[in-house]
Design a protein around this ligand. Structure first.
Ligand SMILES: *Cc1c(COP(=O)(O)O)cnc(C)c1O
Length: 403
């Protein structure tokens, strides 16, 4: 990997940096995209090459699982986007979460997750980490004092998510990192799938995080048809700890998928800005609907964490959640609203061209904050790249169907 360049400072800088990249094709060949090099076996010219080649620092190629020129390009581009130095590619965003937990924690140690963490991340801790003797606690992401109180002498990893999964609260990242940085034994990890390396710079905000994970499945791929994840670091020693676990677990990615993510990156900043602009219009429109108790979107004044979002972000992704008043509408009525939508399809994930919708029961979803203990239903919209007016019209006709 070449040495890292200066990270992009703004969305427009990132848009250009994702298109203009100093990749050099072998032998003077010039094309728009890098070549795709596939391998399980890599050939050594002689035994001396076999003995001397080192896979860990990327000075040589040894085996497909340890990378090819194509994975090295994607890794370098992802690290550069965030101002990181190293990237590990894994088969999904969830695999990135699992790799971090498995690599950095051992029996007797403690993990802290935010209350609004990505659900499968919570399940991984509860069911996999727990059976290896690793305990998990939860903190209120909107309150750094709650994190300070939840830290124990055994805590080794604090997970951050911005914005929070489904409820989209934007945490006080600088405040949370201020608490974490008083504990040098603790690694700060951010799930930066929402920000995608575009909305804010996680290695610079507050004291800076130690690592980020990404579901490349979302905006980097942009097609709704690829599963991949990444772990980005700035510190060589931390990277090496993760890389050794990554190697021992045999976490390879398919080169056809790497090619698709490389193809998605040059248009990612433009797609992100388009998702963002459309979502803000839809969020403002939803706020005026009488059926809606609350619209959750960090760029919306009054939404939880709006001031924190404003302090550190230049973008807001394509997600908006709607809280329906449990006293006015039953969950069956909200299901009918979801079923009446035509352009918003029912499905998990987001980041592709197609708008998606997913209902969630609020009961038991949060243990901190105003949504804790609240009955009712939340509907998350993932706004795609369709015409905003058509999406608003679709929502309007589904509200009408509620009667
Ligand atoms: C989708 C998602 C993941 C997991 O990504 P997969 O590739 O689907 O495993 C992790 N974190 C967040 C915040 C996500 O939205």
């Amino acid at each position: 990997m070449s040495s890292p360049r200066e990270p992009a400072r703004s969305l427009s800088e990132a848009a250009t940096a994702l298109i203009h990249h100093p990749y050099e094709a072998p032998g003077g060949f010039q094309s728009v995209q890098p070549g795709v090099f596939k391998a399980s076996t890599v050939i050594f010219e002689n035994t001396a090459a076999l003995r001397s080649r080192e896979w860990k620092d990327k000075t040589g190629y040894t085996y497909g699982l340890h990378g090819t020129p194509t994975t090295f390009v994607l890794e370098e581009r992802l690290a550069t986007l965030e101002g990181g130095r190293q990237t590990l590619l894994v088969p999904s965003g969830l695999a990135a979460i699992a790799l971090v937990g498995q690599s950095l924690l051992k029996a007797g140690e403690h993990l802290l997750l935010p209350d609004n963490v990505y659900g499968p991340s919570r399940d991984f801790a509860r069911h996999e980490l727990a059976q290896w003797g690793i305990t998990t606690g939860f903190y209120d992401p909107m309150d750094p004092a709650s994190l300070a109180a939840a830290l124990t002498p055994a805590t080794r990893l604090v997970w951050l998510e911005a914005a929070g999964s489904v409820t989209l609260e934007f945490p006080d990242l600088a405040g949370l990192l201020g608490v974490i940085r008083q504990h040098p034994q603790v690694v700060a990890a951010l799930d930066n799938t929402w920000g995608a390396g575009l909305a804010f710079n996680p290695f610079e905000v507050g004291g800076g995080v130690d690592l980020t994970i990404h579901a490349l499945t979302k905006y980097p791929s942009g097609g709704g048809d690829v599963l991949m994840g990444a772990v980005v670091t700035r510190d060589e020693a931390l990277h090496l700890r993760l890389k050794l676990t990554h190697m021992r677990l045999g976490l390879g990615v398919g080169l056809n998928d790497v090619e698709l993510v490389l193809r998605g990156l040059p248009s990612m900043a433009l797609r992100y800005a388009a998702h963002d602009a459309s979502t803000r219009q839809i969020a403002a429109w939803l706020q005026a609907r009488p059926e809606v108790a609350q619209v959750l979107h960090p760029a919306l004044p009054g939404s939880p964490g709006h001031a924190h979002w404003q302090a550190s972000c230049s973008g807001a992704a394509g997600l908006v959640s709607v809280v329906f008043d449990g006293a006015r509408l039953t969950s069956a009525q909200v299901d009918a609203f979801v079923d009446a939508l035509r352009l918003f399809k029912i499905g998990y994930s987001w980041g592709g061209p197609l708008s998606l919708v997913m209902p969630y029961g609020l009961q038991g979803m949060r243990r901190f904050g105003p949504l804790a203990g609240q009955p009712g239903t939340l509907v998350r919209l993932a706004v795609g790249l369709e015409d905003t007016g058509a999406l608003v019209a679709d929502l309007a006709q589904a509200f009408d169907a509620l009667g």
